[in-house]
Design a protein around this ligand. Structure first.
Ligand code: RUQ
Ligand code: CUA
Ligand code: CA
Length: 635
């Protein structure tokens, strides 16, 4: 059967008057008629996966043109530095939110507003984000913020979900490489937990390079989510990889793969067990409040010592170089994936109280199961029905397993806790089931982020896309339904129900995003909503103009060669979707001005003569005519 035949089959279904719902009922059609399509694309798609792809589940992901998706997906853009907004289950990319990068379209990293948010770190043009997470209240998404880490330049950023723009960025002091990032779930996201991965000497001034020295360590970083300021830091033994929080608000737990304090691969694999370190947030908070902390040179952030033997932490040994740490949505377990061990370690959270008060002495007593799942377990996600889904990097599979049964097996019962293993393509890292990190986990969809795509797509030269696969987990069996090529490199993603995200249609004139620009205009006695004026202040020139489709308020302004020019544009349009842009040709100047937004950008007018500026967003039939000229008088 050719591709065309397959298409005709679904057309025939349409013609036969079968609605989507009707088609869902017509399972026989899916499995019998279309099995023949298995050879489509030769070796590319297995019989099995194609048969699955055209079945019920496939019909569910077909979001008709003009229809809306059920879920928002937020994808990390990895070392590309942005966050991507997806529609799920269609897997259509809806938007990109620049964060730790420079974006030519919106002017992120170029405009004064974005550079002020980036602060000192605006000088970095790169980033490496891994873990996007939405703020919560009572263990459920509240849709307010999304937080994300930058491993490359040790930053944490916050995105306001009402406008889908980054509004805060913080460089975490005294540490290197923020990797794991999670949020306090209960009672609400008061804190952002951020793991600094690498051990460094303190002070890091070249006087000491010995990682076994007691002044060499890394820290667990706790950020005040509302203020986006450091709350406190906790010194740990070993390094820190991934983290998650519990559903009481009391604990967070991180994996450590380098308990060896080694500097090379061989060294980091020496120990049979590394550990999960559990932080008693309540105790640490109390100590900080009582002033029982120290500070490090050049920083006023409270630091407490959480190394072994401390009241603030417990170290639970787990096999070998663990990676992902994921809390089950029933709040009962922290589950740490073994990576170099074929197991995951199930830590029972309600045993932690006893570990901390001393009534349980052996930290291993908190481990209630260690099921063997396959090779290279990296991350686990949940369906809210008692099952875990763990990616197996080396086996290129996702394995569905039952947590309660794994615990019974650990206690000696003969029970097969493995429910299904499904091939994914290929080498999966993170996996995320819908709403899995909240108590709303609904077991509908699961995304597997495969690090390799190999032969799944048209070749693109030596650099391949990743492959983000969508799997239907609503039934007893996992069904692979979609291949999604993505650019480097969505380490992680999350899914939220669409009603949990509420966005603005146009900007509010009082939005804090451009408040400092409004403030500056006030000082210049400018009414941004009506004035089109040029203000000279020595060799600084401030150009204020409005825009309304299809024209700028100023079609011409004069400056002198060498002037530092700041152009501020206020978009007076109130119609949803009528965004303008401002580009000054040959000056590296570009920015977005969406309805009711004010944006500004500063550059040096270093070339005499006539320079056209134009609107870069196709806003009107006369968009091409939306232009003006900067006339630069030679010095
Ligand atoms: S980590 S592939 Cu950067 Cu989230 Cu596990
Ligand atoms: Cu305004 Cu195009
Ligand atoms: Ca190790």
């Amino acid at each position: 059967m050719s591709k065309k035949d397959v298409k005709n089959t679904s057309n025939d279904l349409d013609k036969a008057g079968l609605s989507r719902r009707g088609f869902l009922g017509a399972t026989a059609v899916g499995s019998a008629t279309l099995m023949g399509a298995a050879t489509l694309g030769g070796a590319v798609m297995s019989r099995e996966s194609w048969a699955e792809a055209v079945s019920e589940s496939r019909a569910k992901i077909h979001v008709e043109p003009g229809e809306l998706d059920e879920y928002y997906g937020f994808w990390s853009g990895g070392h590309q530095g942005e966050v991507r907004v997806m529609g799920v289950p269609s897997m259509r990319e809806l938007m990109r939110i620049p964060v730790f990068n420079v974006d030519s379209a919106s002017g992120w990293g170029l405009t004064n507003e974005s550079r002020e948010i980036m602060g000192e770190s605006a000088k970095y043009l790169n980033g490496d984000c891994h873990h996007p997470h939405i703020s919560m209240t009572d263990g459920k998404y509240d849709g307010k913020y999304l937080f994300i880490n930058d491993k490359a330049n040790t930053r944490v950023a916050r995105i306001r979900l009402d406008i889908m723009k980054c509004d805060k960025m913080l460089t975490v002091p005294s540490v290197q490489a923020i990797h794991g990032l999670r949020l306090q779930k209960v009672p609400h996201t008061k804190y952002v937990f951020a793991n600094a991965e690498f051990v460094i000497p303190h002070p890091n001034d070249g006087s000491n390079y010995d990682l076994k020295d007691k002044n060499s360590y890394t820290m667990f970083n706790v950020i005040d989510a509302e203020k986006m300021e450091m709350a406190f830091q906790v010194i740990v033994d070993g390094n820190l990889d991934n983290v998650d929080a519990d559903y009481t608000g009391k604990y967070a737990a991180s994996t450590c793969y380098n308990s060896e304090d080694a500097t090379d691969l061989g060294g980091m694999m020496r120990n049979e067990r590394d550990w999960v370190v559990v932080f008693n947030i309540e105790r640490i908070e109390k100590a900080v409040k009582e002033g029982k902390f120290s500070t490090l040179a050049g920083s006023d952030v409270p630091v407490v010592d959480g190394r072994k033997g401390s009241d603030f932490t417990r170290y639970i040994p787990v096999p070998k170089n663990p990676h992902g740490l994921n809390t089950s949505p029933d709040g009962k377990y922290f589950i740490a994936a073994g990576k170099l061990s074929p197991t995951v370690s199930v830590i029972q959270i309600d045993k932690l109280d006893e570990l901390f008060d001393g009534s349980l002495e052996d930290p291993r007593a908190a481990v209630v199961a260690e099921p063997e799942l396959g090779l290279g377990p990296l991350h686990t996600t949940y369906d809210g029905r008692g099952n875990g889904y763990t990616t197996l990097f080396l086996d290129s599979q996702i394995v569905k397993w039952n947590i309660a049964e794994a615990i019974r097996a650990y206690n000696g019962e003969k029970v097969n806790y493995i429910k299904q293993k499904l091939d994914v393509h290929y080498q999966p890292g993170h996996t995320h089931a819908s709403l899995t990190e909240t108590s709303d986990a609904d077991g509908q969809w699961l995304v597997v982020l495969s690090k390799f795509s190999k032969d799944r797509f048209l070749p693109t030269g030596p650099l391949h896309p990743e492959n983000d696969q969508l799997i239907d987990i609503s039934g007893d069996e996992m069904k692979l339904v979609h291949d999604g090529p993505t650019y480097a490199e969505p380490h992680d993603c999350i899914l939220a129900r669409r009603d949990q995200i509420r966005t603005k249609k146009i900007w509010d004139r009082n939005d804090p995003f451009f408040a400092s620009t409004v403030e500056r205009a006030k000082k210049d006695k400018i009414n941004l909503e009506s004035d089109n004026k040029v203000i000279r202040d020595g060799n600084k020139v401030r150009v204020y103009m409005t825009s309304i489709a299809p024209s700028f308020g100023l079609t011409e302004f004069n400056v002198k060669q060498g002037d530092e020019v700041t152009v501020t544009v206020t978009n007076l349009d109130q119609v949803e979707d009528v965004s303008h842009g401002f580009v000054m040709t040959n000056h590296g100047v570009s920015m977005e001005i969406s309805p009711q937004q004010t944006s500004s950008i500063t550059f040096v007018a270093d070339k005499p003569g006539m320079h056209w500026y134009y609107c870069s967003w196709f806003c009107h039939a006369l968009h091409m005519e939306m232009v003006g000229r900067m006339l630069v008088e030679p010095a």
